[in-house]
Structure formats: structure tokens, C-alpha cells
Design a protein around this ligand. Structure first.
Ligand code: FAD
Ligand code: NAD
Length: 471
């Protein structure tokens, strides 16, 4: 065997966490390698996550809007047809363009891209099983684990990615199923349910808890979201647990039970999406060779500087603590390299936005009302509905509201929760406010252009410490 090549930093995993850290290390003048096994860079996010889902969400929304929301705007359309194969092709083109873009950035920043599966041989050596056959070894002064996450399986339901699917199969169905049942009313469940419902499927979402949206979504917003999605045709069964399921012939059958016990029923569909969360992925990493352990939720345990108990081995992204979000992974990637290079880095875990890309979008940052109550914090609430916003009115898109929570005593903003058109863009302003420690009055006294949706944000701030003008 040839001598292992030495690097300042070796990344295991080329998802958002891994590729961003690799580029940053290259920019800092470090000798860096990134090992990725899927044959393409960008990880879950670019290949089977954020990017393909947003492509389908955008184009299915346009299709749905053309079918149902043009007449009142003075647009008469004729023969509208779905070409699903072309919609999938457009999605694949976006994905391919972006993954190739990262390869280009790797070259530009002198990152060695190693296509293969990495496993620890020792604390400084990673053995790589190459995608094209053969093996090689690399040595890292620093090694960063960024192996991401995988879909949590539902016990007893075997995933075939055609009839019983995870998000990966749901992003690549070859035809619109007559009926779809979704286990889990979190973000993946609601985004994918929206796509297939808009394209013509009858979609039912089964959620164990009493509210949709997954962890973090404010209850008021979750209720409004549910109403709006119901109006679009989605069906919900809350407080319901799936006890078992099986695929037989052309249908998948699920047995349901009221979460608190009692009522049982059966639901059938052509496709069942399992979307009950994701779990860290560390299989085959050879952790046993270096004695690094996982916690009870299979996460790699780290300190504040992302170090495992072996200090030159760090962990970032979905395979460790915190929300499983691409932008969180990206922040950690930059910070981890800064810790290695300069000894300090920065991620504010209190100001990481969440966005659900349904229509309308739902976005939030900071704490929700239930969390503030639980922590015993006294707070003010300000809200502003899009029905009173001039731009939303002219766009004929008035569903939703902005809700702001601020400290009762100091007026410092503690949380922002939006459901409405472009909420995902608007939350950037909220995140900045939170990051800078703004008060609601700071935002309210900042001039916002007219007519924009962002004025709803300003007026929600006005109503938090005083009164909105337009409601
Ligand atoms: P990953 O992206 O999972 O990357 C890890 C990579 O490591 C993978 O490519 C894997 O092949 C590779 N790997 C694993 N083990 C090895 C090994 N031993 N050797 C070599 N390579 C290895 N987040 C958002 O912020 N916004 C969204 O809109 C959004 N939409 C999503 C939609 C869906 C359907 C899904 C499933 C997820 C979505 N997410 C979204 C979450 C987002 O995709 C993840 O938070 C993000 O990808 C995490 O990045 P990561 O680098 O930690 O892990
Ligand atoms: P999630 O945790 O958001 O939601 C899972 C839902 O399933 C929860 O509401 C939970 O109560 C429910 N559930 C769990 N077990 C159940 C059961 N047996 N029966 C019925 N319901 C059950 O997880 P997800 O939607 O799978 O998403 C996984 C991760 O991917 C999340 O961390 C999410 O942040 C990330 N993601 C983000 C985006 C985005 O940012 N737009 C999009 C997709 C995924």
C-alpha cells in the first residue's frame, strides 16, 4: 500500500456541513480533503432534500395556481396539463447544476475531492473505500465528521421507495398517486403532502401530536397553517398514532389508533410517506476503532468547539446536536474551521431561522409562546394580519399574519413567527433583529418601503410595543 497523504483537515462527508468546511479551510490556506461516498457533493440537502423539494414545491404551486387561481386575476387559461416527467427533469437539472457548482468551488479553493466511503483506521488515519474501486488512506491533523442524517424508519414498514417511501422516494414518484398517506405532520410531511396534493393526489396526514408543523412551530401559527392547508384539500388526523402498516398488492394499509387509546381505524393509499423525523447517520465510520461514543439519540457527543473527546476530531451538521437544518450545518462548518485556525468561532443557536416552504410559507426564529411560558418569561405579543397589508391585498394573497414576542420589561425581541406570502424571505429581517438584540420599537421605527409585505413585519412590531396604524 502507498503511504497515506497528510492533510491539515480531512472532512468525512461532502454535504452542506462537509463541503462548506472544506471550502472555508481551503480559503484559510489549509491543505484539505473531503471524502464523499454518494458520487456527488452537496449531501442530503442538494441531492435529495432542500433543493429538489423546493423545485417541486415551486413548480407544483405554479401548476396549482394556474388551475385554480387565475380567473379572478383576469387571466383566462385554456388547456392546462401536467407533464410530471418534465417537472422531475427540471428538478434534476437544478440539482445537477448546483452539485457541479460545488465541484468547481472545490477546484477554485484547492480542496481534494475523494470519492469514497471513509472509516477511521486510527485517530489520525481515515481509510477510504473508493467509489471506483480500490482503497486509499489519508491522514489528518484535524478530522471533521460531517456524515449527516437518514430518515427514521417506521417499525414494521419496509421502505421500497415506490409504494412505501421516505422523502427520497416522494421526490421521484413516476406518477401522481390516487391517494397518499403521510405518517408525520412535520416539515417533510407537510412540504411533500403539498406537492402531491397540488398535483392531484388525495393526501391524508397522520400526526401523533395535537398540532402540525413539528418541533418549534408556534401553536397559533400551526392552527392557521392547518386551516389553510385543509382549504387546499389536505386531510389531517391529529392525536393519532399509526400502530402498524403493511403493503399488499397495489395498496398500503395502515392501522390507526387515537393517541390516548381507544378508537381504531384503517386507512389505505397507493403511496405511504414515512416522515417521522431523521436520525444521525454514522454507520460504517469505524467509530469503534477510536472509541468515540454516541448518545441515546445516536448523536456524536461534542463540546462547544465541536470537539469529541479526541480533540482533533470534530463533528458538525445533522450527525450531532441541534436542529437538522442546512443553514445550521453551514454556520457550524465555518465556525469549526475558525476554531481550528484561530481558536474562536461563532454560532448563535438562539437565532437560527426555520422555514416551511408550503404555500403560504411558515417561518420563525427565536422562542414561541409555549416556550416562553414554560420558562416563566413575561412577554408582550404583537400581531399583524396580511389582510391589512396593501401589497398582500394587491397580490390577492392575504392569508396569514406576523406575530412578534418581546420581553415585557425591556421590549427586546424574543421570537418572531410568520405565516404568509414570502415568510421565508421576511424571516431574514427577524433573524437580524434577534441577532442584534433589537427591541420591537427598534424595528417599528425603521422605515420600510411601501407597498411591501415587509410592512406587515414593521406593523407587527408597532403593535408589540404600541399600536399598528392599519389594523
Ligand atoms: P448531509 O447533507 O446528510 O451530508 C452528509 C454526507 O455525508 C452525505 O452526502 C453522505 O453520503 C456522506 N457520508 C456519510 N457517511 C460517509 C462516510 N463514511 N464516508 C463518506 N461520506 C459519507 N434543511 C434546510 O435548512 N432547508 C430545507 O429546505 C430543507 N429541506 C429538506 C428537505 C428534505 C426532503 C430533507 C430530507 C431534508 C431537508 N433539510 C432542509 C435538511 C438538510 O438537508 C440537512 O440539515 C442538511 O443536509 C445537513 O447537512 P449535513 O452536511 O450535516 O448532512
Ligand atoms: P419532524 O421532526 O419535523 O416531524 C416529524 C413529525 O412526525 C412530528 O410532528 C412527530 O410528532 C410526528 N411523528 C413521529 N412519530 C409518529 C408516529 N408514529 N405517528 C404519527 N406521527 C409521528 O421531522 P421530519 O418532517 O421528518 O423532518 C426531518 C428533519 O428534516 C427536520 O429536522 C427538519 O427540520 C428537516 N427538514 C427541514 C426542512 C426545511 O427547513 N424546510 C424541510 C424538510 C426537512
Amino acid at each position: 500500500a502507498t503511504e497515506a497523504e497528510d492533510y491539515d483537515v480531512v472532512l468525512i462527508g461532502g454535504g452542506v456541513a462537509g463541503y462548506v468546511a472544506a471550502i472555508k479551510a481551503g480559503q484559510e490556506g489549509m491543505k484539505v480533503a473531503c471524502i464523499e461516498k454518494r458520487g456527488a457533493l452537496g449531501g442530503t440537502c442538494l441531492n435529495v432534500g432542500c433543493i429538489p423539494s423546493k423545485s417541486l414545491l415551486n413548480n407544483s404551486h405554479m401548476y396549482h395556481q394556474i388551475l385554480h387561481d387565475t380567473k379572478k386575476r383576469g387571466i383566462e387559461v385554456g388547456d392546462v396539463k401536467l407533464n410530471l416527467a418534465q417537472m422531475m427533469k427540471a428538478k434534476d437539472e437544478s440539482v445537477n447544476g448546483l452539485t457541479k457548482g460545488i465541484e468547481f468551488l472545490f477546484k477554485k479553493n484547492k480542496v481534494d475531492y475523494i470519492k469514497g466511503t471513509g472509516a477511521f483506521a486510527s485517530e489520525h488515519e481515515v481509510r477510504v473505500n473508493l467509489v471506483d474501486g480500490g482503497e486509499m488512506s489519508v491522514r489528518g491533523k484535524n478530522i471533521i465528521i460531517a456524515t449527516g442524517s437518514e430518515s427514521t424508519p417506521f417499525p414494521g414498514l419496509e421502505i421500497d421507495e415506490e409504494k412505501v417511501v421516505t422523502s427520497t422516494g416522494a421526490l421521484a414518484l413516476k406518477e401522481v398517486p390516487k391517494r397518499m398517506v403521510v405518517i408525520g405532520g412535520g416539515i417533510i410531511g407537510l412540504e411533500m403532502a403539498s406537492v402531491w396534493s397540488r398535483l392531484g393526489s388525495e393526501v391524508s396526514v397522520i400526526e401523533f401530536l395535537g398540532q402540525i408543523g413539528g418541533p418549534g412551530m408556534d401553536s397559533d401559527i400551526a392552527k392557521q397553517t392547518q386551516k389553510i392547508l385543509q382549504r387546499q384539500g389536505l386531510k389531517f388526523k391529529l392525536n393519532t398514532k399509526v400502530t402498524s402498516g403493511e403493503a399488499s398488492g397495489d395498496v398500503v394499509k395502515l392501522e390507526l389508533e387515537a393517541a390516548k387509546g381507544g378508537k381504531n381505524e384503517t386507512i389505505e393509499a397507493e403511496v405511504c410517506l414515512v416522515a417521522i423525523g431523521r436520525r444521525p447517520y454514522t454507520a460504517g465510520l469505524g467509530l469503534e476503532n477510536i472509541g468515540i461514543e454516541l448518545d441515546e439519540r445516536k448523536r456524536l457527543v461534542i463540546d462547544q468547539e465541536y470537539r469529541t473527546k479526541i480533540p482533533h476530531i470534530r463533528v458538525i451538521g445533522d450527525c450531532t446536536f441541534g436542529p437538522m437544518l442546512a443553514h445550521k450545518a453551514e454556520e457550524e462548518a465555518v465556525a469549526a474551521i475558525e476554531y481550528i485556525k484561530k481558536g474562536f468561532g461563532h454560532v448563535n443557536y438562539g437565532a437560527i431561522p426555520s422555514v416551511m416552504y408550503t404555500h403560504p410559507e411558515v417561518a420563525w426564529v427565536g422562542q414561541n409562546e409555549a416556550e416562553l411560558k414554560e420558562a416563566g418569561v413575561k412577554y408582550n405579543v404583537g400581531t399583524f394580519p396580511f389582510t391589512a397589508n396593501s401589497r398582500a391585498k394587491t397580490n390577492l394573497e392575504t392569508d396569514g399574519m406576523v406575530k412578534m414576542l418581546s420581553d415585557k420589561e425591556t421590549d427586546r425581541i424574543l421570537g418572531i413567527h410568520i405565516i404568509g406570502p414570502n415568510a421565508g424571505e421576511m424571516i431574514a429581517e427577524g433573524t437580524l433583529a434577534l441577532e442584534y438584540g433589537a427591541s420591537s420599537e427598534d424595528v417599528a421605527r425603521t422605515c420600510h418601503a411601501h407597498p411591501t409585505l415587509a410592512e406587515a413585519f414593521k406593523e407587527a412590531a408597532m403593535s408589540t410595543y404600541s399600536h399598528a396604524i392599519h389594523s
